[in-house]
Design a binder for this molecule. Sequence first.
Ligand SMILES: [Zn+2]
Length: 441
Amino acid sequence: MEGVGRVKHEECRPQVLDSVLKAVDARRDEMVELARELIRFPTTKGNEAEAQAFYAEKLKELGAEVESFEPDIEHLTHDPAFVTDRKSFEGSPVVAATLKGSGGGRSLILCGHMDVVDPGAAAWTHSPWDPVVKDGRVYGRGSVDMKGGVAAHYIAAKVIRDMGIELRGDLKILSTVDEECGSCGVLALIDRGYRADAAICTEPVGLKITIATTGSVWFKISVPGKAAHGGIAYSGVNSIYKSIPIIERIRALEEERRLRLFGSVPVYDGAPIAFCAGVNKIEGGVWPAIVPALTTLEGRVGLSPLEKVEDVKRELEDAVSATAKADPWLSLHAPEIEYYKSRWNSGCVEEAHPFVEALRRSFAQSEGRDGVMAGMFACSDSGTLITFGGTPAVDFGPGPQDMAHKTDEYVDIDDLVATSRVVAATILNWCGAADAGQTGL
Ligand SMILES: [Zn+2]
């Protein structure tokens, strides 16, 4: 068998690729059906177990080694990347499948998350858990973010298996949880040893080759004051007023960061502000006639793909503390900053990285046009895979990308098929086919 036992990264034979793409097209309905089956599981936080068990069985149909476990929160707490407001991962297992390659190829992770955000209080046209197919779309919570993407990459792997094509490199398929709250699911899988030469997260990025993902730090700043009757307000200290210079400082920080970071990751240069920072929630005061003793400011700072969470925390802390020091009251009663609920790691892969090149070529071969490179403004498991997993990870999946988390969320079925085609081509081109002759093509 030619090339086995040594690294050989030639492209997949055109006739093999062509047959695989045709086979993916032929499984359009199956892909839609799998997406619908996954959407029917209401996998909000803590409720992913049933869907993961169902999906683990599907992965076994690939002939893969499959394991599923609930992340150990005690163990993960020691990881610098860990943050979640969960008390445990009971009911939220992760699933991982491994298809061993024959050797001599590069390994690839296909990554998707099973958790979805709550459908919210707004009325949906159809139940969010009863997926309807209409006008070339599948509607339902999680359709685009990202059970559609999961179905698309699953079918890509299934087609390759069903055609008897043996891959040289290992193919790993991860189904994570907690992506919507800080990516602790993928962190647990990384901790278990799931790494690869590259990864694709089939997130809703509208078929753009998304080589960078922002991160985000959520903060809560408690600004102290001193209560007093409103009639003798001068005897107190108004915490709302004391918050104003801090709010203004955070606005200025966003602008300073915009100027400093512009051009550092060129895929973001078209955006007015690539990495937004802001105070987005304020609470303070108890009564119109009482001077407030405490005001809290909550918000987020977006991370550039080149920044670490710790760097951004320090920058925020320095800005708040310098502002406080300039104020007679706050210099003695320092505002407190806490980081809570969620944080996401950023990350990026260089445009010239061989995997980005392989994905671009695969896109061009599959879709007959050049792919568009982009940076993601939301956050994804890819940031954690890059930063803590040492795995170059690119987001590439269906659209529309602005439907994630929305009422009446939907995914375009044509995009599902295109995602599956490009992923299938990338698997072949990246992992390598051990002996394409086996297919009889
Ligand atoms: Zn997502």
